[in-house]
Design a protein around this ligand. Structure first.
Ligand code: GDP
Length: 214
C-alpha cells in the first residue's frame, strides 16, 4: 500500500563531497538531478513547502556537494550537484559525470531519479545521459519540465508531448510532467510519485539485476 509521506518534515542531514562519502547505503533514497539553473532547489523547496531547504541561485561553477535530506528515518531525498556549467574545465566535468554514473549504478538504496529540465530547453545531452543511466540501472525516472509558468498553455502542452515522445525511445520507466515552483503546479504529482517509490518494500536481497553491473 502507498503511504503519504509528510514532505514538510524534511530536514537536512549531511553533505558529501562525492559518492564515496555518502552515508550507509540502506533505506530508500530518491535523487534529484538537473542542469544548473534548471530549478532544482526551487522544486525541492516547493515539494517540502520550505523557503530555504535547498539554496537557490548558487554561484555557478562553485564546487558543489551532494546534499542529503531526510523525510523520516531511512527515507531520503538526495540533491545532486547541478551539471552543465560552461565554466567548469572538461577534466572536472568528466570526473563528475563518471561519479554520477557510478552512483546511479551502484547505490542500492536509490529507488528513483527525478530529472529537472527547464521546459524551454529540455533534453540537452547531459539530460539524456541522466535518463539513459536511470534506464540502464533499472531505476524509474520522473522528468519534471520546470518553469512551466513561463510558457502559454498551448506551447507548454506541445512541449510536454514532444518530450514524452522523445523519452519513449529510451524504453524505460520514465514519466514526464510539467512543473512550476512559482505556481506550485505539479507538486502533487511529484509527491505521489515519491510516495510510490518510497513505499516499495525492498526485497531481502537489495541488489538490482546483476546484468546491469557487467
Ligand atoms: P537550480 O540551480 O537548479 O537549483 O535552480 P534554482 O531553483 O536556483 O532556480 C534557478 C532560477 O530559476 C532562479 O532565478 C529561480 O527563481 C527561477 N525559477 C525556479 N523555478 C521557477 C519556476 O517555477 N518559475 C519561474 N518563473 N522561475 C523559476
Amino acid at each position: 500500500m502507498t503511504k503519504s509521506y509528510n514532505y514538510q518534515a524534511t530536514h537536512f542531514v549531511t553533505s558529501a563531497p562525492d559518492i564515496r562519502h555518502l552515508p550507509i547505503d540502506s533505506g530508500i533514497e530518491v535523487a534529484f538531478a538537473g542542469r544548473s539553473n534548471a530549478g532544482k532547489s526551487s522544486a525541492l523547496n516547493a515539494l517540502t513547502n520550505q523557503k530555504n531547504l535547498a539554496r537557490t541561485s548558487k554561484t555557478p561553477g562553485r564546487t558543489q556537494l551532494i546534499n542529503l535530506f531526510e523525510v523520516e528515518p531511512g527515507i531520503r531525498l538526495v540533491d545532486l550537484p547541478g551539471y552543465g556549467y560552461a565554466e567548469v574545465p572538461e577534466e572536472l566535468k568528466r570526473k563528475w559525470q563518471r561519479a554520477l554514473g557510478e552512483y546511479l549504478q551502484k547505490r542500492d538504496s536509490l529507488k528513483g531519479l527525478v530529472v529537472l529540465m527547464d521546459i524551454r530547453h529540455p533534453m540537452k545531452d547531459l539530460d539524456q545521459q541522466m535518463v539513459q543511466w536511470a534506464v540502464d540501472a533499472n531505476i524509474p525516472g520522473l522528468v519534471l519540465l520546470t518553469k512551466a509558468d513561463k510558457l502559454a498553455s498551448s506551447v507548454r502542452n506541445a512541449r510536454l508531448s514532444q518530450v514524452r515522445e522523445a523519452v519513449l525511445a529510451f524504453m524505460g520507466d520514465v514519466e514526464i510532467e510539467t512543473f512550476s515552483s512559482l505556481k506550485k503546479q505539479g507538486v502533487d504529482k511529484l509527491q505521489q510519485k515519491l510516495d510510490a517509490w518510497f513505499s516499495v518494500i525492498p526485497p531481502a536481497n537489495n541488489a538490482r539485476s546483476a546484468k546491469n553491473f557487467l
